[in-house]
Design a protein around this ligand. Structure first.
Ligand SMILES: [Zn+2]
Length: 473
């Protein structure tokens, strides 16, 4: 089955990349603190002879490796950050957190980075074997969860000389990743009031906590009057202390605001800011804001999507075996029937009961239900033509960001899915290198879209990556 040269090259390089994925799984690190994980990826790049740029655009846990000479530049994007509260023993289908701080790879980014690196290695070897001019780059992008590093990497020039980008995400289904995602931004609102004895001198206090609560009341009333695709969620970072008998002098709330595109997002952000000003006015407090991150919605590229679909179909479904399916079924047994049905609907594929692992390539004409999150790949897709796959690595119905997802991140099925999707990504790069007309058409389509709506960086002037930020607050 693995008859194509690029697939053979991926198979030849897969062993150490599977080990890399398992090591990253075992050292889960959060948002901009991926020092060990980034060091592992950096070492792998050096070991395979890439020209390495560490500390990419001044972000200590971002790295880029390039191989090949001349020709077009194709970027393959990887990630390696984990999530708080999602540690889980490998392969165990009941909640069993591992000792430690609770961090775990509940979004499969251990696989994401390693498969992208595998694809880049296979393409590098293919360029060399065929003496074809062209450069392949692996971008190790940190802080996808909560820090949106790719937006900063784009803004600071890391993709300026790139011709196209390829990416993937672990999933229950195998196929093209439809370019559907919301633009979003995280903004911290910090209110400052005046402390006072809550009983003896309440009239002298001005409560920052009241301001946060009033802000949220205002925003919650606004929900009735916002576009239906928009989403707003918030978390208290600092509720002003634990003493109810002290008027809280300081309080911080983090808002995560999502909308269909950056224009709609900015309109919504302006309204939320007005509400925060109103809350400060009502409570005689002051409000300061800090933008933590901002990402654009994904921009599709039909030319590259067709190339990706062709590569996925040439390869066929992931070669899972009965043991893989049995283990996935154990995880499925911890899910509700609704979890499972909803996953099929989101993929746009008719449900088949008892199927625990994806056994198809999702057809191009599937009609997925629109349930969308956000990704910082969005900003890369506005900068250069970008295409994404999703690779089946876990049981159908497994919720994103769950202990079940962490628990399946090192299973043989996950390894098979990761290698399979790496072959598809590498195949797309090979097709683009072999046929300059494809790349030219992808770039023309991108330019056409930019002419209608140019890219506007969603980050405000002077915004910096939140390097010291703790996601676990
Ligand atoms: Zn993810």
């Amino acid at each position: 089955m693995n008859t194509e040269e690029i697939w053979r090259l991926a198979d030849a390089a897969k062993g150490p990349m599977i080990e890399l994925s398992d090591r990253i799984w075992g050292m889960p690190e959060l948002c901009y603190n991926e020092h060990r994980s980034c060091a592992e990826h950096t070492k792998a790049l050096y070991d395979h002879g890439f020209r390495v740029t560490e500390n990419l655009t001044g972000i200590p846990t971002a790295v880029m490796g390039e191989a090949g000479e001349g020709g077009p530049v194709i970027a393959i994007l990887g990630e390696y950050d984990a999530l708080p509260g999602l540690s889980q023993e490998s392969g165990v289908a009941e909640p069993r957190p591992t000792p430690g701080d609770g961090t775990g790879h509940g979004c499969g980014h251990n696989l994401l980075g390693s498969a992208s690196m595998l694809a880049a290695i296979a393409v590098k070897d293919w360029l060399k074997a065929n003496n074809i001019p062209g450069r392949v780059r692996y971008y190790g992008c940190p802080a996808e969860e909560g820090g949106a590093a790719k937006g900063f990497l784009v803004r600071d020039g890391a993709f300026d000389d790139v011709d196209m980008a390829i990416c993937w995400h672990p999933s229950a289904f195998h196929g093209l990743n439809e370019p559907l995602s919301l633009a979003n931004t995280r903004i911290d609102f910090t209110f400052t009031g005046r402390a006072s004895h809550a009983a003896a001198a309440p009239h002298l206090g001005r409560s920052a906590l009241d301001a946060v609560e009033l802000m949220s009341v205002g925003v919650n009333y606004m929900r009735e009057h916002m576009p239906s695709d928009a989403r707003i969620h918030y978390a208290y970072l600092d509720a002003g202390g634990v003493a109810p008998n002290v008027v809280q002098p300081k309080a911080t709330v983090r808002y995560l605001i999502r909308a269909r595109d950056v224009t709609e997002l900015n309109q919504l952000v302006t309204r939320v800011r007005k509400i925060s000003d109103g809350a400060a006015l009502m409570t005689e407090t002051k409000v300061e804001t800090r933008v933590i991150s901002a990402v654009s919605n994904l921009l599709g590229n039909k030319v590259l999507e067709e190339v990706m679909q062709r590569n996925l179909e040439r390869l066929g479904p992931v070669p899972f075996d009965d043991l893989d399916r049995a283990r996935a079924a154990e995880f499925q047994a911890t899910l509700s029937a609704e979890d499972i049905s909803s996953a099929w609907r989101r993929a746009g594929v008719p449900e088949r009961k008892g199927v625990s692992l994806c056994d198809i390539v999702v057809p191009r004409d599937a009609k997925p239900e629109k349930m969308i999150g956000s990704t910082d790949v969005g900003d890369v897709s506005w900068k250069v033509p970008t295409v994404q796959a999703r690779g089946a690595t876990y049981a159908i119905g497994t919720p994103g960001h769950s202990w079940q997802l962490t628990g399946q991140g090192k299973l043989p099925a996950a390894h098979k899915g990761m290698v399979h999707v790496a072959k598809a990504m590498a195949g797309v790069a090979v097709d683009a290198f072999k046929d300059p007309a494809t790349l030219a058409a992808a770039k023309a389509e991108h330019a056409e879209r930019m002419a209608v709506q140019p890219y506007v960086c969603p980050l405000p002037e002077g915004a910096k990556p939140a390097l010291g930020m703790s996601l676990a607050v």
